[in-house]
Ligand binder design. Structure first.
Ligand code: EPU
Length: 335
């Protein structure tokens, strides 16, 4: 396996920030992966799938691992024509190709997560979610390599400790996901959960799984920038959780504040709403700005320096804090 020294990372992050990696490698098999871990036991490590949720503010003084481990196996009991489908998918498969594969075959469970950029291996790391669905709801198991010991470890759904845009993999930064086992269903029934999507499907009596995928793609294309045209990393901030009292206080001035009660008594509100009402919708400072159709997305109009993104992030955070007393937490990882 080749090791690339002093490699430019611009093409390895969808924000297109520039930084050099001390070493970069692209293991194509699990044994190559183990090899590179044992060749550089003392280097700091960073795993990049398609780099759709991170950017750089400085060079990376360590080993960047870009796995290229592909493959998909149907491990369900075919003979029984079971309702339950189990697919084991290797980490470097493209996420949306995989969703399209499932939708074509009528395997239900992933259609709301259509068109999310990235790889299959990245999906459990931040528990990707959209239009009322989260990937945790269809994951049976995640198989990962412990980067310190090189051992393979399997995590049941509960052991992944999934939360909103969170998991044990994101929190510990200790494991490299090599495959994910999905639990999908043959029966599909559309359950209206998300206003945008319901509106898009209102003229179809019983939407098929393909109708739902097509509708999600249309909504996403309308609202979200294509990272190939306008570099970005999707939602920049997490939607914040606040107390009921705090939400009520904000609602005296902003009665339309979105408020979703959570099981723990907290209220989940909308970062997009806060940014919008702080006057930052479509605002641009130099090369960085929020996307006019969805202010939760920070876009890069031409900077190569991640520090410019960070400065803009601070400005948005400071303004939202001043107006709403809420600290927006980045969802994107900053290196
Ligand atoms: N809103 C505004 N102004 C705007 C746009 C939105 O005030 O210009 C408010 C509205 O009240 C709207 C609310 O924000 O109802 C929510 O907006 P949206 O439905 O677009 O969803 P979101 O909460 O902003 C989340 C995910 C997205 C996912 C969408 C759709 C997070 C951090 N983001 O955004 O995920 O696509 O829901 O389900 O949870 C991503 O993670 O990269 C991502 C794009």
């Amino acid at each position: 396996m080749d090791y690339y020294r002093q490699t430019q990372l611009k093409e390895y992050n969808s924000f297109k920030t520039e930084a050099f990696a001390k070493i970069l490698c692209k293991p194509g098999t699990i044994s190559e992966l183990r090899q590179c871990l044992s060749d550089f036991p003392n280097e700091k490590k960073l795993i990049i799938g398609k780099g759709c949720n991170l950017f750089f503010t400085k060079d990376f003084d360590g080993l960047v691992i870009c796995p290229n481990i592909k493959g998909l196996r149907n491990i369900s009991d075919e003979e029984e024509e079971d309702e339950d489908i189990f697919l084991e998918v290797n980490a470097s498969e493209d996420w949306d190709h995989f969703v399209a594969y499932c939708v074509e075959r009528g395997f239900a469970g992933l259609e709301n997560l259509s068109l999310i950029p990235g790889t299959v291996g990245a999906a459990p790391i931040q528990n990707i979610g959209a239009y009322g669905a989260e990937v945790k709801d269809v994951i049976r198991e995640v198989v990962a390599v412990d980067m310190e010991t090189g051992e393979t470890v399997s995590f049941s759904n509960a052991e992944c400790e999934f939360g909103y845009r969170n998991s044990i993999f994101k929190r510990t930064n200790k494991y490299l996901v090599i495959s994910v086992v999905f639990h999908l269903k043959r029966t599909f029934v559309y359950i209206p959960k998300y206003t945008d999507l319901n509106k898009e499907l209102e003229n179809i009596e019983e939407p098929s799984i393909q109708d739902v995928r097509d509708a999600v793609i249309r909504v996403r294309k309308r609202k979200l920038p294509d990272e190939k045209v306008l570099p970005n990393a999707g939602s920049f901030f997490k939607n914040p959780y606040i107390s009921k009292e705090h939400a009520n206080k904000i609602m005296t001035d902003y009665p339309s504040l979105p408020a979703y009660p959570m099981k723990d008594g907290l209220i989940k509100t909308s970062a997009a709403f806060l940014i919008d009402n702080a006057g930052y919708k479509g605002k641009r400072v130099g090369n960085i700005g929020t996307y006019p159709n969805q202010p939760l997305i920070i876009v890069n109009y031409g900077s190569s320096d991640g520090n410019e993104i960070v400065r803009f992030m601070y400005e948005v955070q400071k303004t939202v804090k001043e107006i709403f007393d809420i600290e927006l937490e980045p969802e994107v990882r900053i290196f």
